[in-house]
Design a protein around this ligand. Structure first.
Ligand code: NAP
Length: 349
């Protein structure tokens, strides 16, 4: 199949404006780059937040999207490791040529992983940003715990002791659970709707607590299961109420990893006893994450192949790129539970 010169893309037309499927050029890969035909693109909460609040993007129209899986259709100079036809997953970068809400996108050859035969494109697209965000938080974030990753020789199951993941059924939370299991933490305590308990146990949670518990009931149950306060909480939800409840679970010098802006009450922080709130910046292409990310992407195929990391359930929205605004509304309206919302860009009419 030859690569076209023009393609469909979902464009955010203006700051806080509408999305529309339009035509734009297919980019060519430069040195060290690949061109990927996106067979599945994953949606993230940040995509609706960018539209609703006018975040991050300076120039419009703009292509968004940070998760995808597809097939390499062109290889730039100096890339001996990949060939046309390889099936890969990758973390995209907005806006435009490297973003994933379009049929074809560019990606740096160092930040892709081969998709094992056991995974569909849609399952593969559920992984990149959630994995990198979970992994950066646990292993690479400045100010964070900086545990040694389980893919470093001799470091699998290196740790003992408790880990708490708030929101284990979120996409990021489910990867944080799986990494916590590979790192050896126990017990691994998480919060979610209890209908998701069995799924989360499969991801490594030893205890699934009802997400609707009051902060004090949560504290009581976590302390009982963990034998006291815990050193690290990964808050994969990071709303003010979860951050405040999570902060109360920490012992002296404990670390709360958050995915949104810190929102722990000032009076709690005044009596912090060494406890800190650490914002996780999960994008793997940030300069401080790139060395870490190269290794992670080189190890990922193996981790997926042997089942160390499992993909999430996927919720496929029909209509190709035109389905993205429908999927973003589902995310915005909290209608997604324990699933990654994906579209199939090649289905775009
Ligand atoms: N900082 C970064 O680099 C970065 C990167 C990626 C994402 N994020 C942010 O991280 C957050 C999570 O993203 P995501 O894609 O993982 O979300 P998601 O999968 O869309 O979140 C939906 C899930 O959240 C769970 N949930 C919602 N409120 C909860 C609560 N109060 N307690 C426990 N669970 C709750 C739901 O659980 P149940 O269905 O079980 O009730 C549902 O499964 C978003 O705000 C996103 O913008 C930040």
């Amino acid at each position: 199949m030859s690569t076209p010169t023009q393609q469909n893309a979902l464009l955010l037309l203006a700051k806080q404006g509408d999305f529309a499927v339009q035509t734009r050029p297919v980019p060519s890969p430069g040195p060290g780059e690949l061109l990927v035909r996106n067979e599945a693109s994953g949606l993230n909460p940040v995509d609706w937040k960018i539209q609703a609040y006018g975040l991050f993007i300076k120039d419009y129209p703009a292509v968004l999207g940070t998760d995808a899986a597809g097939v390499i259709v062109a290889v730039g100079e100096g890339v001996p490791t990949w060939k046309v036809g390889d099936k890969v997953l990758y973390e995209g970068r907005r806006p435009n040529d490297r973003a994933t809400f379009q049929k074809y996108a560019l990606v740096d050859a160092d930040f892709v992983s081969q998709i094992p035969d056991t995974l569909t494109f849609e399952q593969a697209a559920s992984i990149p940003l959630a994995l990198t965000t979970a992994a950066v938080g646990l292993y690479n974030q400045a100010g964070g715990p900086r545990f040694t990753p389980p893919w470093v020789e001799g470091s699998r199951f290196k740790y003992a002791g408790p880990m708490v993941v708030i929101g284990g059924s979120s996409v990021v939370g489910s990867l944080a659970l799986q990494l916590s299991r590979l790192s050896g933490f126990s017990p691994i305590i998480t919060t979610a709707s209890l209908k998701n308990a069995e799924l989360l146990t499969g991801f490594g949670a030893t205890h699934v607590l009802d997400r609707n518990l009051s902060a004090s009931a949560l504290r009581e149950q976590v302390f009982e299961l963990a034998g006291g306060a815990v050193p690290v909480v990964y808050d994969a939800i990071s709303l003010p109420d979860t951050q405040n409840a999570a902060f109360d679970l920490l012992g002296k010098d404990g670390k709360l990893l958050t995915l949104l802006a810190p929102a722990v009450d000032e009076d709690k922080q005044k009596n912090a006893n060494g406890r800190t709130v650490v914002s996780v910046a999960g994008h793997i292409l940030r300069p401080e994450n790139q060395d870490f990310g190269r290794v992670l992407f080189s190890k990922l195929t193996g981790l997926l192949k042997n089942g160390d990391l499992k993909p999430l359930h996927v919720d496929i929205i029909p209509g190709g790129l035109a389905g993205i605004p429908i999927g973003l509304d589902k995310l915005k309206n909290n209608q997604v539970s324990a699933s990654k919302v994906v579209v199939q860009p090649q289905e775009t009419a």
